[in-house]
Design a protein around this ligand. Sequence first.
Ligand SMILES: [Zn+2]
Length: 163
Amino acid sequence: MIQHQGTVVNALADIETVTPRLLVDAMLGRLAKWLRLVGYDAVYWRDGSDEALIQAARADARLIVTRDHQLAGRRGVAAILIAAETLDAQIAEARAALGGDPQPFTRCPECNSVLAELSRADARDLVPPYVWHTQTQFRRCPECSRAYWKGTHWLAMAAKVEG
Ligand SMILES: [Zn+2]
């Protein structure tokens, strides 16, 4: 039993020393997307038992982000509880609790993959003309192939989250 507790404490310490990797519980899909926009590695847990979720989080050293009081309060479970109803308030709660140093414009908000650089020349056929003419920084998701640019979308997000 003592050995088991020691293992749990070590896992928690590991999570707290770096920008936490997250496993976002069902019903927080919009928050998961926003967490990716600001740069957190946030896997979205669509369905499955609490036990399966806890096992998945442990196996991948992820901090659970949940609205479930019972789940967040379970002994040995590394989790933060999101109590707010609105997205804005949920973002504020998450920002206060998570810490770390996430880098915006690094994760695909749709699928959580790490974005790859996309040259301006290569972006020409992938983004709307007005975007190509007005933007300079482009990235592309290697998994879902979506193209992104560091324009008003990301800037509005950053202002909202940090303000
Ligand atoms: Zn993607």
